[in-house]
Design a protein around this ligand. Structure first.
Ligand code: ADP
Ligand code: MG
Length: 600
C-alpha cells in the first residue's frame, strides 16, 4: 500500500504559519507591509490585548478585486512576482505570497476591500483556513483586515506568548522598523482604545522625532547631524548623534532599500567612526538608510530574519565609516550651543551647588561624570594608569592563571591577612598557595548587586531627593516598560512621577548613585531589561540591581585605604558566589607559588 500522501492545505498552511507568524508582532508586520505594498498613504493599526484578541489594519491602498480577495489567502498567491527572475529586482516588502495564507490558518480573519474602480467591495471571512462567507459589501476604497483570536486553534503557540506587556513591546518594535522608513505615510497605533502613536506624514527627521522625541520640541533630533554620501555602489543617508549626546542605551537603526536590517559588521563601522570620542559604555544613536541596487543584496532570506547579506561588505564598511566620520568632523568644525558648554564638563559640579547645572537645561541626557561609579567625586586624574607604570617588569605581567586552582580557591581570612592595592585596579593578598588578585571594581559591584537585590526584596532602598528634578523622556514602548518596572524602581529608591504621556520626572534617586545623572542610569536599566528579555520579576530585578551596582561601584583608578579594601573583601567572601560576576567575568584569581617559581 502506498503510504505517502499530500497534506491537506489547511495543515500545510498551519505548518507554514509556524515559520512566518510566530507572534502578534510578526502578524502585524505582514499586514502593514501589505498595506504599504498596496500604496497606502494612511495606515491605522488597532490592537486589543497586545494582539491576542485583535489585530486590525486599515489602509487606503489599492484594494482587491472580488477574485483577488479570495486568492490572496491561498498559499503562494502573490501579485508581486511572477517568475524566479523577479526575485532579484524586488522593491516590495512581501513577495512569497505566504503571509495571508499563514495568518488565516491560525486565526479568525475578516476582511473588507474595494478598488477605486469598483462600486461595491468584497467581504470575506475565514476561520482557520475555512471560508465562512464571501459577499459583496459597502466599504471605502482600500483594505480593512481584522485578525481575531490569533492561534485560537494552536494552543501551544498561544501558551508560548509572553505577557501582554512584552508582546505589546514587540508589536511596537516591529512597528517602529516600518514607520521609520515610510515617513510619507501617516500611521496611527491604537491599543485598547488608547492612541499610543499618531504619526503624521512628514520627513524622515520629523518621523524620528515623532516616534522617539516630541514633535513640538524637536529636542531629540537636534542632537543629530546629517550623514550623506553617494557612490556608484551605494547611497547612504541618515542621522548620527553628536558624540556628547551618546547614551548608554542607544537607538541604532539600519535600513536598506526601505527595510529594517540588523548588521553587526556595519555597526562596527559606525562605532569606529566615533573612536575616541565616546565615554566608556556610551553608544551612538543613529538612523542610517542604505540605497543599493537590489541585485547587490540577498533578499531571499527567511521571512522573519532581519540580517541581510551584501555583495561587497568590506567596501561598504569603508564608505560608511568615512561618511559618518565626515559628518562628525563637519559638525565639530562648526560648534553649536551644545558644544560651547564642553569647557565645563571636566568639572563635576556637586548636586548641592546653588547654580543650575548648565547641562541640565541644554541636554538632559548629558552625563557630567564620564567615569563610572562617580560616588567618589574626587575623580582620579585622567592619566592615572601611567602613574602606576613604575617598574619596567610590571608592564607585561601576564601570569598564567591556572583554571583549576581558581575554581577551588578559597580566600584566606581577610580580616587579618595582609593586602595591598595594585595599579589602582586590583587588590592583592597573600594566600596559602600563592598570590590572590581581586578585581576591585567587579568585587565591589558584586557586593552592591547583592545589596540591591536584598533591598528590592524588602522594599528598603535608600532614596535621596534631587535638588533639581530631572526629566526622563521616553518613546512609547519604554514608557510602557517603566510603568511595568515602577513598583521595583520605587522600591529601590527612584522617586518617579509621570509628567506627560511620554515623560517622567525624577525627584529622587537611590542614595548610592546620588551624584550621577539618573537619566542615563534609568535608560541603561530599561535597555538591559529589554535586551535580556527579562520577563519575570526576578529577572528584571536582577537587571536593575546589576545596572545600579555597575554605576555605583568604585571605579578602577581610585586609591583605596586598607580598611576600605578589607571591607570590600569581607563582604565579597560572604557572597554565595564570589569568584565570578553574574556574567561570568573573573573577580578573584590565584597565581600559585609554583607558577611564580617557574618565572625564575
Ligand atoms: P505577498 O505580500 O508576499 O504577496 P501576502 O500573503 O502577504 O503575500 O498577500 C497576498 C496578496 O494579497 C498580495 O500579493 C496582494 O496582491 C494582496 N494583498 C494583501 N494585502 C493587501 C492590501 N492591504 N491591499 C491590497 N492588496 C493586498
Ligand atoms: Mg505580504
Amino acid at each position: 500500500m502506498d503510504i505517502i500522501h499530500l497534506l491537506p492545505d489547511s495543515v500545510a498552511n498551519q505548518i507554514a504559519a509556524g515559520e512566518v507568524i510566530q507572534r502578534p508582532a510578526s502578524c502585524l508586520k505582514e499586514l502593514v507591509e501589505n498595506s504599504l505594498d498596496a500604496g497606502a498613504q494612511r495606515v491605522q493599526v488597532l490592537v486589543r490585548d497586545a494582539g491576542r484578541t485583535l489585530l486590525q489594519v486599515i489602509d487606503d491602498g489599492c484594494g482587491m478585486s472580488e477574485m483577488d480577495a479570495r486568492l490572496a489567502f491561498e498559499r503562494h498567491a502573490t501579485s508581486k512576482i511572477r517568475e524566479a527572475q523577479d526575485l532579484f529586482s524586488l522593491r516590495t516588502m512581501g513577495f512569497r505570497g505566504e503571509a495571508l495564507a499563514s495568518i488565516c490558518a491560525v486565526a479568525q480573519v475578516e476582511m473588507t476591500t474595494r478598488r477605486a474602480e469598483d462600486e461595491t467591495g468584497t467581504l470575506i471571512e475565514i476561520h482557520g483556513s475555512d471560508v465562512i462567507r464571501q459577499e459583496p459589501c459597502v466599504c471605502p476604497v482600500g483594505t480593512n483586515i481584522k485578525v481575531s483570536n490569533l492561534f485560537f486553534n494552536v494552543p501551544v503557540r498561544r501558551k508560548f506568548l509572553k505577557t501582554d506587556q512584552t508582546e505589546l513591546r514587540n508589536l511596537l518594535t516591529e512597528f517602529y522598523h516600518i514607520v521609520l522608513v515610510y515617513p510619507k505615510v501617516a500611521f496611527t497605533f491604537v491599543h485598547n482604545d488608547e492612541i499610543l502613536l499618531e504619526l503624521p506624514a512628514g520627513t524622515e527627521k520629523q518621523r524620528i522625532e515623532a516616534v522617539f522625541g516630541n514633535p513640538k520640541r524637536n529636542v531629540y533630533t537636534s542632537a543629530f547631524v546629517d550623514v550623506k554620501t553617494e557612490t556608484e555602489l551605494v547611497s547612504i543617508h541618515g542621522f548620527v548623534v553628536k558624540p556628547e549626546a551618546a547614551t548608554k542605551k542607544a537607538e541604532q537603526y539600519f535600513f536598506v532599500n526601505g527595510r529594517y536590517m540588523r548588521h553587526p559588521y556595519f555597526l562596527k563601522a559606525v562605532q569606529n567612526a566615533y573612536s575616541g570620542t565616546l565615554a566608556n559604555d556610551y553608544q551612538p544613536s543613529f538612523f542610517i538608510y542604505f540605497d543599493i541596487a537590489p541585485e547587490a543584496i540577498d533578499v531571499n532570506i527567511h521571512p522573519t530574519k532581519t540580517e541581510i547579506k551584501f555583495a561587497d561588505e568590506q567596501t561598504i564598511f569603508q564608505i560608511l565609516m568615512a561618511a559618518v566620520r565626515e559628518a562628525l568632523g563637519k559638525f565639530s568644525l562648526a560648534p553649536t550651543i551644545d558644544f560651547d558648554t564642553s569647557g565645563s564638563i571636566d568639572i563635576p559640579l556637586p548636586k548641592s551647588d546653588n547654580v543650575t547645572r548648565p547641562q541640565v537645561s541644554i541636554n538632559p541626557d548629558y552625563n557630567p561624570f564620564h567615569t563610572r561609579g562617580a560616588i567618589y567625586p574626587d575623580r582620579p586624574p585622567k592619566n592615572w594608569e601611567t602613574l602606576y607604570q613604575d617598574l619596567p617588569a610590571s608592564r607585561n605581567l601576564d601570569f598564567p592563571v591556572s583554571r583549576t586552582e581558581e575554581n577551588t580557591l578559597e580566600l584566606p581570612d581577610v580580616e587579618s591577612c595582609s593586602l595591598w592595592q595594585f595599579g589602582g585596579k586590583y587588590i592583592f593578598l597573600r594566600h596559602r598557595d600563592g598570590l590572590v588578585m581581586v578585581h576591585q571594581h567587579r568585587a565591589h559591584a558584586a557586593v552592591l548587586r547583592a545589596q540591591f537585590m536584598e533591598q528590592l526584596e524588602h522594599t528598603q532602598g535608600a532614596m535621596q531627593q534631587l535638588l533639581f528634578p530631572e526629566i526622563l523622556s521616553l518613546p512609547q514602548d519604554e514608557m510602557l516598560l517603566v510603568g511595568h518596572l515602577l513598583p521595583d524602581l520605587r522600591a529601590i529608591g527612584f522617586d518617579l512621577e509621570q509628567l506627560s504621556p511620554d515623560s517622567y520626572s525624577i525627584q529622587g534617586v537611590p542614595a548610592q548613585i546620588a551624584t550621577q545623572s539618573p537619566v542615563p542610569v534609568l535608560q541603561q536599566i530599561l535597555h538591559q531589561v529589554r535586551e535580556r528579555g527579562a520577563d519575570t520579576q526576578y529577572e528584571w530585578r536582577e537587571q536593575i540591581a546589576q545596572t545600579l551596582a555597575e554605576n555605583a561601584a568604585i571605579p578602577s583608578g581610585r586609591i583605596l585605604s586598607e580598611s576600605e579594601m578589607r571591607d570590600i573583601l569581607t563582604k565579597l567572601v560572604a557572597l554565595p558566589q564570589y569568584k565570578r560576576t553574574a556574567e561570568g567575568k573573573t573577580i578573584v584569581s590565584l597565581v600559585t607559588d609554583d607558577e611564580i617559581a617557574k618565572r625564575f
